[in-house]
Structure formats: structure tokens, C-alpha cells
Ligand binder design. Structure first.
Ligand code: ACO
Ligand code: OAA
Length: 377
């Protein structure tokens, strides 16, 4: 029998899902039927999280209940803080995040209970608890202490408050909220598939999320938002430079990188070949941040790279491309960008964990053996 190998599972339909639909023909993305750009312009991240978990947008009463639960679970558990403090200050924030979720799971009263209502509660509690991990990690890297959450602030406001210790401007909160909505869910991407594989063995929710974090860390997936910023730094950021001059330098950088056959982070996508559905909304948010901070040289770098890539290869930006410089302008350390992605994707991952468990089959593909024939010792 000849076995067909689909390297990288390209084009393989592994299962069905009711959570999101990625349509590369129309460059569109639906969460439970709603276009993502409409959700990004009209809904809070809390509402989108509820939509992903429950399949419908919440009623006001359901939203109020969730907001109450979320605000009650925001503080950094001292045991989680102690575990983080055991790690070197310069440990990669994705390793810190992965460790923190593992500790949160091991300390959960209902860690081994996978009843759907318990899973949902665990998902919501983790959603609520995770921003404090990111905020504290950025602060400890800078030699600063924890800032306690404030329950008069919504999720996005409080995330920024706990990180920077200042009440964020409305424009910044809105751009951050948009990024959270856009990053929340994307069908069977590598990290979500990892979460589903782990769940398929009847393992627990926190193990599945911990594994998903490992998959997200790589440059070909979530790690690209950090890598995009390394590119910008490699080209050089000069606040006093004109947009035109920055664009010229970026173009030259791209031409040289492509001549060396480098992979350029933030461009290309396994599913979208003619544009990522989320880029227009995220680019608009980046443009607002560029205007807000008066940093038009960033736009020069952005356009210079994008134009040179389109001209040379017609490979288009993915969501990580506009998200990276947006987080930079907000003041996040470059290494914190992918943990921010986790905070958002916890929603999609946990929705998939619950969906996988509801109709489970162990995920176990075959391999074609190409080692030596049987031989004697
Ligand atoms: C939120 C997210 O996770 S979005 C993805 C984030 N990842 C990145 O931005 C990393 C950079 N991009 C890439 O590495 C790829 O585009 C991927 C991994 C995202 C998708 O890869 P695949 O679907 O496997 O496409 P594949 O790697 O086969 O690329 C097809 C061709 O385009 C080229 N290509 C694709 N992306 C890029 C890129 N970013 N830079 C340069 N060339 C590229 C490949 O080299 C390949 O060329 P070839 O046919 O001459 O060998
Ligand atoms: O779908 C993918 O392969 C990667 C991606 O864009 C995401 O996870 O948001």
C-alpha cells in the first residue's frame, strides 16, 4: 500500500468546528457566524469571549455575571507570583507564561474535573487570572513590583493599568481591545490543534493550554509578533526620522533580506494566500496609535517593508505584522507581545478544548516508515 503523506497536514480537514470559519477565498473570518471586523468595531473583548464559549452573544445579565466573575479572579495568586520569582528575570516571557499556567492548573481545586460547566468555569477563571501574569512579568523585568487590579476598570483597561500603573487613554484601550478581539480565535491553527490533541487523550484543560502556549511560542506562529519588532529594531527606529526616509531604509533592508533568502516574520499564512482577514482592522488600530503617539517613522518602516515584500514576492502581511508595532507603541517590551496573544487566544483554545471533549476521538495519525529494514542485532 502506498501511503500519501501530507507534510505539515497541508490541506487536511482534521475535524469539524462550530467556533470559527476561516474563508481564504473571501479573506473572511467568522466567530460563531459574526464577521470578526464587526465584532472588533462593536463589541467588548468580554462579550467576544462569551460568544466563543457559549455560541451566542451574552444577554446583559449573562455579561454582568461574567464581568463579576472576571473581576473577582484578576489578582495574581501569591503562589503563582512565588513560582514566577523562581525564574530568572530574563527568562523568556513565554516560558514564564507557560510555567504560570501550569502552576495555576496544579493549584486548581477542580483540576481533574472535566464536566462542561466546570471546564467553562476554569476557562473563565484562567481568562481573568492571566493578564496579571503578563503585567507582573513585564514589571519584574524592569525591576518593579506588582500593581493590584482595579475592579472599576474593564478587562482591557485593567490589563494596561496592571502593566503600566497609569490609567490608559481611551484611544490606547480601544486599540488594545481590538487586538484582543482579533487574536481570539482562528480555527485549527497549530496551537489550537495542539490543545485539541492534548484534550483528545482525556488530559485536563490547563495541560492543553500549557501545551498550546508551547506551540504558540514559535516564530512561524504567535512568536512572529515579537519577531516583527526585532526586524524593526534591526532596521533601526529613530523617532526623529521622516516617514519617507524610514520607508527607504526598510525597503533596502527587505531587498537585502530577500536576496539572502530569509523568511520575513509577519508575512505569509498557511490558509490565507491573498490577505489575512484581520489585517485591515489591526492596521487601522496601528494607524490610530501612530497618530496618537505622533510616530510616523513607524509607518514609514511598516510601509517600506510591506511594499518591498509585495513587489518582490506578493506575500502579504498576517495579523502579527501590524500587532507588533502597535504593542511597541503602547510601551510593551518586545518579548511580551506573544504572551499578550496568549491572553486573547485563551478564549479560542478553551472553546476548542470544550468542543473537542464534547465529541472526542483520540487524535493519532499514522506515519510512513522510512528507516532501515528489519535487521539483526
Ligand atoms: C498568527 C499567526 O500565527 S500568522 C503566521 C505568523 N508567522 C509568520 O509570520 C512567519 C513567517 N511566515 C511563514 O513562515 C509562512 O508564511 C507560514 C509558516 C506562516 C506559512 O507557511 P506555509 O503555508 O507552509 O507556506 P510555505 O512556507 O510553504 O511558503 C510558500 C512559499 O512562500 C515563501 N514564503 C512564505 N512566507 C514567507 C515569508 N514570510 N518570507 C519569505 N518567504 C516566504 C516560502 O519560502 C515558499 O517559497 P518557495 O515555494 O520558493 O519555497
Ligand atoms: O491560522 C493560523 O495558522 C495562524 C493564525 O493566523 C492564528 O492562529 O491566528
Amino acid at each position: 500500500m502506498t501511503e500519501e503523506i501530507r507534510k505539515g497536514l497541508v490541506g487536511v480537514v482534521a475535524d469539524s468546528t462550530a467556533i470559527s470559519k476561516v474563508n481564504p477565498d473571501t479573506n473572511s473570518l467568522l466567530y460563531r457566524g459574526y464577521p470578526v471586523q464587526d465584532l472588533a468595531s462593536k463589541k467588548s473583548f468580554e462579550e467576544v469571549a462569551m460568544l466563543l464559549w457559549h455560541g451566542e452573544l451574552p444577554t446583559q445579565e449573562q455579561l454582568d455575571d461574567f464581568i463579576k466573575l472576571e473581576r473577582a479572579n484578576r489578582a495574581l495568586d501569591p503562589a503563582v507570583k512565588a513560582a514566577i520569582d523562581l525564574l530568572p528575570k530574563d527568562a523568556h516571557p513565554m516560558d514564564v507564561a507557560r510555567t504560570a499556567v501550569s502552576v495555576i492548573g496544579a493549584r486548581h481545586d477542580d483540576a481533574e474535573n472535566s464536566d462542561p460547566s466546570v471546564e467553562l468555569r476554569k476557562a473563565k477563571e484562567l481568562f481573568a487570572a492571566f493578564p496579571a501574569v503578563v503585567a507582573y512579568d513585564q514589571r519584574r523585568r524592569r525591576g518593579m513590583d506588582v500593581i493590584e487590579p482595579r475592579d472599576d476598570l474593564d478587562y482591557a483597561q485593567n490589563f494596561l493599568w496592571m502593566t503600566f500603573g497609569e490609567e490608559p487613554a481611551e484611544e490606547v484601550v480601544d486599540a488594545f481591545r481590538v487586538s484582543m478581539v482579533l487574536y481570539a480565535e482562528h480555527s485549527f491553527n497549530a496551537s489550537t490543534f495542539t490543545a485539541r490533541v492534548i484534550t483528545s487523550t482525556e488530559s485536563d484543560l490547563h495541560s492543553a493550554v500549557t501545551g498550546a502556549i508551547g506551540a504558540l511560542k514559535g516564530n512561524l506562529h504567535g512568536g512572529a509578533n515579537e519577531a516583527v519588532m526585532h526586524t524593526f529594531h534591526d532596521i533601526g527606529i529613530d523617532e526623529n526620522e521622516s516617514r519617507e526616509s524610514a520607508a527607504e531604509r526598510a525597503k533596502a533592508w527587505m531587498e537585502a533580506a530577500l536576496a539572502e533568502k530569509k523568511k520575513i516574520m509577519g508575512f505569509g499564512h498557511r490558509v490565507y494566500k491573498s490577505g489575512d482577514s484581520r489585517v485591515p482592522s489591526m492596521k487601522a488600530a496601528l494607524d490610530r496609535m501612530i497618530d496618537y503617539y505622533g510616530r510616523h517613522e513607524i509607518l514609514g518602516l511598516y510601509d517600506g517593508l510591506e511594499n518591498a515584500m509585495t513587489e518582490a514576492k506578493n506575500i502579504l502581511p498576517n495579523l502579527d505584522y501590524p500587532a507588533g508595532p502597535t504593542y511597541h507603541l503602547m510601551g510593551f517590551d518586545t518579548e511580551m507581545f506573544t504572551p499578550i496573544f496568549i491572553a486573547s487566544r485563551i478564549t479560542g483554545w478553551t472553546a476548542h478544548i470544550i468542543e473537542q471533549r464534547a465529541d472526542n476521538a483520540l487524535i493519532r495519525p499514522l506515519s510512513a516508515y522510512n528507516g532501515p529494514d528489519q535487521r539483526e542485532i
